[in-house]
Design a protein around this ligand. Sequence first.
Ligand code: ADP
Ligand code: MG
Length: 694
Amino acid sequence: MLGMDELFGIDVFSKKVMKQMLSAAVYKRVEETISEGKKLDREIADEVASAMKNWAISKGATHYTHWFQPMTGITAEKHDGFISFSDGGSVIMDFSGKELIKGEPDASSFPSGGLRSTFEARGYTVWDPTSYAFVKGKILYIPTAFCAFSGEAIDKKTPLLRSMDVLSKEAVRVLKCLGVEASRVLPMVGVEQEYFLIDKEVYKKRKDLIICGRTLFGAPSPKDQQLDDHYFGMIKPRIQNFMEELNETLWRLGIPAKTEHNEVAPSQHELAPIYESCNIAADHNQLTMEIMQKVADKHNLVCLLHEKPFAGVNGSGKHNNWSLATNTGYNLLSPGHTEKENMIFYLFLSAIIKAVDEYQDLLRISVATASNDNRLGGSEAPPVIVSVFLGEELTDILDSIASDATLSERKKNVMKFGVTSIPEFVKDSTDRNRTSPFAFTGNKFEFRMLGSSNSISCTNIMLNSAVAYALAGFAEKLEKASDISACVHEIIKEEYKKHKRIIFNGNGYTEEWAKEASVRGLLNLTSTPEALPYLTNEKNVKMFLETNVLTKTEIDARYNIQLENYSKSMLIEASTMLDMAKKEYLPAISKYQKTLADSVKLKQDIGINQKNKYELSVIEKLDKLSGEIFSIILKLEKELSKVKGIEGYSKAKYICDVIKVLMNSLRENVDKAEVLCDEEAWPLPSYSTLLFSI
Ligand code: ADP
Ligand code: MG
């Protein structure tokens, strides 16, 4: 067996491999591209391509793919063989610099939100040298960005890279004013990924899980998570085996999987890797989700990445831990010890507070999907109201800066900071607030609204560009300032006063907070259709245009796609529910009534003339329920036919306001019937079976 140092990244065309396989001059150029974001010249591509191919072939690869992330939120690949004919007619394995840099996968069936029809049907892919190529199976994967022929981005990676560029540019500008030399600043991200594992045989018996990834029906299990006995509990051997294989597969691909544990709900687990630069973390999270499903399958398990596979128990989320690091390895969100470090910390903190307050709508939109709507705000995940948790102490410090007040006596360690005194803030990791959507946790922020199946790209695009935009404003002031300390102080003070409303250290799950947030004028966008129109608001368009992260057409395309995705997934769920209710549940209810009626009849036939209270009362109750189920089905069918005539926003809104309500009441009635029926008469595995199948 290989040791960890040999195993980790063994299937990655890493810097180490490149250093061995490339000439010193070419390696240096590639290295500069990776670490400093410099453009890569076309001339060196041939040498890189040839080395990459030889390395991949030595690992057993026969094909390569430009791996990309279309706006569906998952990854896409089309395989091309290295196979080629030489001039002499013999077969050779070939791969040129041109093929490495650019691909034309056609791929015209991906959603483009109307972008491509107006330009050109074909899309093309461009190599992203900042994320390493890797071999999986017999394929060399080359991470790429996906664009329309006009150059418009039709994927999630391109705007992410653009947002990282602008963030770096503005952060470097600000740091320069503070006398800090850094050539690049990178957002660093660590993603905590939650998921469920259930037995494959049980899974196969449920159409809703197969088609929609979640249960659309199901009465609660008598025991689920009431006892909190699963959270951090002992990991069962079958799950442990899965985790071991998962870790090894991830490590081979250079994904630094580190922490694993059982989560709150039965059958729920979590995996967290060590943080990496945002772009790589995004690629790695996509790979992690894919590999979790593949490895689960090998163990006769199914990995559910849906946000809410089971009603009544916790759903799955994804925490986006985010900080900013210079190329020299300095974390700008680490509270400092010197005056300079403190200035940096409070200035960047102010930029983040400003960004989150001004673009709370964008953060909300970045996690808005039909599936995440089932989870957010349900007292298991943060509310839909975006707010920032700083903790009492940091809030106190900012309050006193804003009001020019001296701090209370308990702040002993006071530090001179320009014209004012700022106490040293000591990281207090016990000051945790699990209910906050955006919490400061010592030296990073943790955004907790993401659903387990969300791509992390959207959130980070919003966060990076909004923070970059705030920093650009700061840089403008600082570049003109004669007294930097005074200017920094003024910025912190003014921004805090303006954006203080976004800070909330209390319990985000309470009714009082919703009321208080409304008084503060914070947004409370309860559903995806309610949130999405904010994307195209003037202030958002302005920010995206000025940061060069998205053009107006690209924003419109994303709006259309997100809206369409919402409607489509809801309609698939509605049709699946109708199908199950008609073909599985109603017939089962009817059959069970017959069983009971037969038993009454049998008793009478043999001369037992009792009251048959149990049988008759259940028959009657089931009759009422099946009647109700049948009429909801008819209503739902009627409403669904109306939806066909509606488009865009009105369609999504109609689905949310009308169809979803009927779906909920259909479920409610079927679940009531489930409780009355004999387990054997019920055609689908129950929640107890699903949640405790392993
Ligand atoms: P929790 O206490 O929320 O379970 P941890 O502190 O263990 O979380 O870290 C969770 C994630 O945060 C991990 O993926 C970790 O690598 C990441 N993380 C830690 N420090 C940073 C940082 N400075 N920037 C970004 N992510 C970080
Ligand atoms: Mg966390």
